[in-house]
Design a protein around this ligand. Structure first.
Ligand code: GTP
Ligand code: SF4
Ligand code: MG
Length: 413
């Protein structure tokens, strides 16, 4: 139960109202968590439950509102359900008695978002599902008949769902950058923003990955960094710092030692570093009145000198000299429409899964909205992006190409 949500595979149940989604969700958990009733539209907001689901491992199950909901409230509910799709690693389309173009539309949406799915034909204790099953299978979809009263049917569905979960390659945070015997220095400021008595997820993950790689992590606050480097008998392989201390750290780390930021490591681990680096150049084309979205994947208390609300907007305004409009959004739900923004600046996304982050990046790309992240933009605005990209030569090369192109364009103008 201590597995963070960002490490759990997300299984989403969706389909028409009254199809039996909540009953299935409860049967999976073995407890009456979601409300079940004959009334169509019982579930209004997504319901989450974390559990260990053999043979998948730790999962988060998500029950949703019926997708065919009517009227204004219905539109709100279904937009929430669609938003939840962002989180899904696998979907279970729940069908009661017939398959229509409505279910075809759900499949289309899932395919668009590359979400693998299975079909559950519910209430098999009430009527035979053989004909429907034959029809669904003729479409090439995996399906299984279930009844909330028949545990073995729920077990079969569980195994089918597990078989669909992709365990694709997830780039590590730092393990690929270090070898056994390397010394790694992690700079962790303990300021007002640091949580009381603990380190944040990327810091803990980096320590663990260094240990897995048989490297030696050394953890210091930014004030002790210079002293620590002077007292090491050999140079570290890499120094990784919190983005907010990057200017002090860059001054203290010798030029022949690699350095980067946790946020840039997160961009590689959770998202697409290349895309987030490409996105940063949009800063050069911003104009007065352009709207920039500052997006945080979790709700946390903002501080007086908050990085998203105060510091990055201030640095961007100084850098561009333009009157920009900043919008702030936080939480696990993503804004419904990002088309109006000229740039999205996303946080490291440590609480969401890699597939969620990739879908956010993909949506921005599809709408032609540049997207970058905190670490990339902070280093860019301070003129040290190339320095912190040194551990990633291919991304650095691409960035240098983009930079040259901009210089040529500027000369032409
Ligand atoms: N006999 C039988 N009834 C079922 C089964 N699954 C669901 N039901 C009944 O079907 C009705 C709707 O079930 P729910 O689980 O609330 O359906 P839902 O899809 O979550 O509905 P909404 O939240 O309104 O969209 C309830 O009366 C359930 O008891 C089943 O396997 N067998
Ligand atoms: S704002 Fe983003 S990076 Fe910061 S803690 Fe929340 S999810 Fe993690
Ligand atoms: Mg329900």
């Amino acid at each position: 139960m201590k597995t963070p949500e960002s490490y759990r595979k997300h299984v989403i149940f969706l389909g028409r109202r009254n199809a039996g989604k909540s009953s299935l969700f409860n049967a999976f958990i073995g407890s009456e968590i979601a409300i079940v009733s004959d009334y169509a539209g019982t579930t209004t907001d997504p319901v989450y439950k974390s559990m260990e689901l053999s043979p998948i491992g730790p999962v988060a199950l998500i029950d949703t509102a019926g997708l065919d909901d009517e009227g204004y409230i219905g539109a709100l509910r279904t937009s929430k359900t669609k938003n939840v799709l962002y989180k899904a690693d696998v979907a279970c389309i729940v069908v009661d008695s017939n398959w229509s173009t409505f279910e075809d539309e759900i499949v289309e949406e899932l395919k668009k978002q590359e979400i693998p799915f299975v079909v559950a034909l519910t209430k098999s204790d009430l009527s035979s599902k053989d004909k429907l099953m034959e029809f669904v299978r003729s479409k090439g979809y995996d399906c299984c008949a279930v009844s909330k009263f028949d545990k073995s049917s729920i077990d079969r569905l569980r195994v089918l769902i597990a078989s669909k979960i992709k365990n694709g390659y997830e780039p590590p945070l730092i393990e690929d950058l270090v070898d056994g015997g390397d010394m790694v220095v992690l700079v962790v400021p303990i300021d007002l923003g640091a949580p009381k008595g603990r380190l944040i997820t990327p810091q803990v993950e980096a320590i663990r990955e260094c240990l897995d790689a048989e490297a030696t992590p050394m953890i210091v606050k930014e004030r002790e960094l210079r002293w620590a480097l002077e007292n090491l008998k050999r140079k570290p392989k890499i120094v990784v710092t919190d983005s907010q201390a990057v200017m002090k750290v860059v001054a203290d780390v010798p030029e022949d030692v690699l350095m980067t930021t946790f946020s840039i490591l997160e961009a590689k681990h959770k998202g697409e570093l290349l895309e987030l680096v490409k996105g940063v150049e949009a800063v050069l084309t911003l104009n007065d009145g352009d709207e920039v979205l500052m997006e945080e994947a979790c709700n946390h208390r903002s501080l007086a000198d908050d990085i998203a609300r105060v510091k990055i907007p201030r640095w961007m305004t100084n850098f561009t000299g333009k009157k920009l409009k900043f919008s702030f959004h936080s939480g696990r739900e993503y804004p419904d429409d990002v088309r109006k923004y000229k740039l999205i600046v996303h946080c490291g996304g440590c609480v969401i899964t890699r597939s969620m982050m990739l879908r956010r990046i993909e949506e921005a790309k599809n709408f032609g909205v540049p997207i970058t992240n905190y670490g990339v933009i902070i280093s860019y605005l301070h003129g040290i992006l190339k320095r912190v990209l040194q551990p990633f030569p291919s991304v650095l090369n691409l960035y240098e190409e983009i930079e040259k192109k901009h210089a040529r364009n500027a000369q032409r103008i």
